[in-house]
Design a protein around this ligand. Structure first.
Ligand SMILES: [Zn+2]
Length: 296
């Protein structure tokens, strides 16, 4: 444990103590964040090749990315590379995934790495998934965004990707429209899937919540549109259950604290809020990979 860590824990302890002394019990959010830290299940890092999903750049590199997360109170997260998402060749997604490895290493304990491929050259894609898992220890893949390089989720190639992820017991985070979501949820019941985004239009949001509610292997992360509609988070928790709803922001695209504000203000129990902010993603990570599969 580093000096800085000890100081942080001491400070957190003093803050908790002050709450006890001044105003009774600290709020559930403060307790949760003090103990473990908010965990963002959906982060895109600024890539070393200049690829950056931010529309008008304010966080250009990893140091600025991390400083912004600090400002928002996001202490941990799953990171993937935009270089991999925009890959024109396997070389591109390999470079992207390796920069993820580099930053996971550099910011030890703060981030978990996620690998991204495109299925255009399927043999190379499958090989890269194996490498990400066996060599770099990734248990999470995605966010996959088929619209960025023009592939589909209803092809034999994509089925190969799903099959390998299932065999390796990896979490698949897949950006979908509602139709694609239905297809994947129905056809891959043994794969652990996280669908980002509640949705845009009202009917879309309601349909996406229903699909996740009906398929126990699926989860939803709260990034993107939908979360700003007051009441939708409560509806998602009511219908899906708090165990399969994950805090995610889509930063560097979207503001991490906007989603956090809704989670904190929502009409939820303290226990459900903790599940959403970090317990669910911790459980998914702990349950993925070969070590977890060997457990009885
Ligand atoms: Zn995203």
């Amino acid at each position: 444990m580093s000096y800085v860590h000890r100081r942080q824990i001491l400070r957190a302890g003093l803050v908790s103590l002050a709450h006890w002394v001044v105003g009774g019990l600290p709020s559930p959010e403060v307790q949760a964040e003090t103990r473990r830290g908010v965990f963002d299940a959906h982060l895109h890092i600024p890539s070393d090749n200049g690829e950056n999903f931010q529309w008008s750049l304010v966080t250009r590199n990893m140091a600025e990315f991390v400083a912004y997360l600090d400002k928002c109170g996001v202490r941990r997260g799953i990171i993937s590379s935009s270089w991999s998402n925009k890959a024109q060749t396997p070389e591109d997604y390999r470079n992207g995934n390796r920069e993820v490895v580099k930053y996971v290493e550099r910011y030890k304990g703060r981030f978990r790495g996620s690998g991204v491929i495109t299925p255009h050259r399927i043999d190379e894609a499958l090989r890269e998934i194996e490498t990400c898992h066996r060599q770099y220890g990734f248990v999470w893949l995605g966010e996959f965004c088929n619209y960025m390089t023009g592939y589909r989720y209803d092809t034999p190639e994509w089925a190969e990707v799903m099959k390998l992820a299932t065999r390796l017991n990896l979490v698949m985070q897949i950006h979908t429209n509602t139709r694609e979501m239905q297809h994947l949820a129905e056809n891959f019941p043994d794969t652990t899937i996280v669908f980002p985004h509640l949705g845009g239009a009202r009917e879309d949001i309601f349909a996406r919540i229903r699909i996740v509610a009906e398929h126990k292997n699926t989860h939803i992360d709260l990034s993107g549109s939908g979360i700003e509609r007051v009441g939708i988070l409560e509806k998602a928790v009511r219908e899906i259950g708090a165990d399969r709803v994950l805090y995610g922001s889509d930063f560097v695209i979207n503001e991490p604290s906007a989603v956090l504000a809704r989670v904190k203000n929502a009409f939820l129990t303290a226990a459900d809020r903790e599940k959403i902010l970090f317990r669910n993603v911790e459980r998914l990570l702990a349950g993925a990979g070969p070590a977890a599969r060997r457990r009885p």
